[in-house]
Write a protein that binds this ligand. Structure first.
Ligand code: 13P
Length: 250
């Protein structure tokens, strides 16, 4: 049985005061276990604050990116062991904003995935097509290419300690959610792809949906067979909104 994971990607938002208020609110709202896993992804400078507030709670945390190198002359970058030092369990890799704004290639994303796993972090691999690609009927081809880059480098067994997030680029921050049918179709395609290599991994792997998830659409999305939770941007920045997504799971 796959547990639902609701993950909040804060992107480049936050301040010490906001982190304090948001995390205290989430802690209060999740005291009672409801079978849903929760994780937050603050910007790097707030990981220490997240660690001190969330340690020994039901909420886990991770980083939004990492550099695959263990250490060295990489000004401005953060290594896998640094994330472990601050108690991170997860790390996002290949978010579409990293791919498009910061030029991370499929190979580069595969290197980050591999380094995260090697270090003992659980990577959340983000994949998804642009609007243009969807309109050109390239959704499956794009998602497959992005998955293959990682599968070919790390192997299918690596996914026993990883999560996949399907985030159609056209649904991110636009208020335009993929319909539950559209999302489910791509999630099923992703799970089938794993099944062609390993049935057990395919049955276990959590595949999250991301793109304008909120308290009103979460229940319908998470009820679909192959949707195992959400990677939430905007709605993860407010206590009420984020908790309403968690509590939408029945
Ligand atoms: P929104 O929920 O703001 O659309 O962002 C989704 C996302 O990119 C999460 O990683």
């Amino acid at each position: 049985m796959r547990r639902i994971l609701v993950a909040g990607n804060w992107k480049m938002h936050g301040s010490r005061a906001m982190v304090q208020e948001l995390l205290e609110g989430l802690l209060a709202g999740t005291e009672r276990e409801n079978g849903v896993d929760m994780a937050v992804f603050p910007p790097y400078p707030y990981l220490a604050q997240a660690q001190s507030l969330l340690e020994n709670s039901n909420i886990t945390w991770g980083a939004q990116n990492l550099n695959p190198a263990p250490k060295g002359a990489h000004t401005g970058e953060v290594s896998p062991s640094m994330l472990l030092d601050f108690g991170c369990r997860y790390v996002l890799v290949g978010h579409s904003e990293r791919r498009t704004i910061y030029g991370e290639s499929d190979e580069n994303v595969a290197d980050r995935f591999d380094a995260a796993l090697e270090a003992g972090l659980e990577p959340i691999l983000c994949v998804g097509e642009t609007l243009e690609e969807r309109e050109d009927n390239l959704t499956e081809a794009v998602v497959e290419r992005q998955l293959d880059a990682v599968l070919n480098q790390s192997g299918v067994a690596a996914f026993s300690r990883a999560v996949v997030a399907y985030e159609p680029v056209w649904a991110i921050g636009t208020g335009k959610t993929a319909s539950p049918e559209q999302a489910q179709a791509v999630h099923a395609f992703i799970r089938d792809k794993f099944a062609s290599r390993d049935d057990i991994i395919a049955g276990q792997i959590r595949i999250l949906y991301g793109g304008s998830v909120n308290g009103s659409n979460a229940a319908d999305l998470f009820a679909r067979e192959d949707i195992d939770g959400g990677l939430v941007g905007g709605a993860s920045l407010k206590v009420e909104d984020f908790l309403s997504i968690r509590n939408a799971v029945v």
